[in-house]
Design a protein around this ligand. Structure first.
Ligand code: ZN
Length: 73
């Protein structure tokens, strides 16, 4: 089974959650809890669908997304 991304947070920044595949770098992998936990989960699910449908890390996924965008013209 493929490795699954996990939503994480660190105690020094408890208001920010991060995608484990993206780490603490890119903004695309950072989430804030503004309202309901289910909204946070939905945002993370949408992120995983976009960036990690194949278990890629952020840089691999970003490269693929750019490649796909430039391919269909
Ligand atoms: Zn991610």
């Amino acid at each position: 089974m493929a490795k699954e991304p996990i939503l994480t947070f660190i105690l020094s920044k408890p208001d920010k959650f991060h995608c484990s595949f993206c780490g603490h770098g890119p903004d695309e992998g950072a989430f804030t809890l503004d309202g309901h936990v289910r909204d946070l989960i939905a945002a993370f699910e949408a992120h995983v669908e976009r960036y990690h449908p194949k278990g890629e890390d952020f840089s691999q996924a970003a490269a693929r997304i750019v490649r796909e965008a430039t391919e269909d013209h």
